[in-house]
Design a binder for this molecule. Structure first.
Ligand SMILES: [Zn+2]
Length: 259
């Protein structure tokens, strides 16, 4: 969290900045600035410049200016704050307190709009001209051909491949478990061993699950979610769920129907 669905919600809120000039930048937390360039360079590049477009690629929020692009990553607990109001009230794994001590970065616009980033655990960052080429195709529009290419040559587990942002951009831990559970695929299955038909089905489940959870309001509103706890059972056949570390992440899955 936040995954592509949350960042898409942030993007829609941030679109109010489109066509607006930046009047000020506040890097409250110096460690939040990543990549090449100093704070001064970042300010020189975007202050008094107009936002041409607001975009999203995977979990990365992007503000395009004339000659540069500002990328914002939200890590595990980052929230976009619009005029003092968080774009998403409740994020799993984070305090819902909007304390100024969690404020990391603020943008001020000519029309009075203020966009801030509140990030208690501070895994997010901002970067001028982030390398978008490093990211795989966006999960919202993933095609089976993309997924076949991304998965065919890997001996890694399907779970770790789906979380690998260079293969497919935007899937986080919750969405990944939900998608594999809906697809009936074990998270521990070797990615390259999936049949073409399975991968085609998986691409479709990814797109549909994103649409479904976006309508519900976030990645944490999946069907599996309420059972991600001790004694949790599969909502399909009520058999006990397993909780294991797969791909370096806490994974909940159903050995009865995910094979
Ligand atoms: Zn099951």
């Amino acid at each position: 969290m936040p995954e592509a669905i949350e960042v898409e919600i942030y993007k829609k809120m941030a679109e109010r900045a489109s066509g607006q000039k930046v009047t000020g930048v506040e890097i409250v937390d110096g460690n939040y600035l990543r990549g090449e360039g100093t704070e001064k360079y970042l300010k020189d590049e975007i202050v008094h410049k107009e936002v041409q477009q607001v975009r999203r690629h995977g979990k990365l929020l992007l503000l395009d200016f004339d000659t540069s692009t500002l990328g914002i990553r939200f890590g595990m607990t980052g929230r976009l704050v619009v005029n003092g109001v968080p774009a998403i009230e409740a994020l799993l794994y984070t305090t819902n307190l909007l304390d100024t001590k969690y404020e990391r970065f603020v943008l001020y616009f000519a029309n009075g709009l203020v966009l801030g980033v509140s990030d208690p655990r501070r895994f997010g960052n901002v970067e001028l001209n982030p390398n978008e080429k490093k990211l795989g195709p966006d999960a919202y529009t993933i095609k089976s051909a993309h997924l076949i290419r991304a998965l065919s040559s890997s001996r890694a587990t399907i779970k770790s491949q789906l979380l690998n942002q260079t293969k497919i951009a935007g899937i986080g831990n919750l969405l990944c478990d939900e998608v594999l559970w809906r697809s009936g695929i074990s998270p521990k299955k070797e990615a390259s061993l999936l049949s073409k038909k399975q991968v085609e089905g998986l691409a479709k489940v990814i797109r549909n699950t994103i649409k479904n959870l976006e309508e519900r309001g976030g990645s944490h509103l999946g069907d599996l979610q309420k059972n991600r706890q001790k004694n949790g059972v599969c909502p399909i056949e009520k058999s006990p769920l397993l909780c294991e570390n797969v791909g370096g992440r806490t994974t909940w899955w159903c050995p009865a129907h995910q094979v």
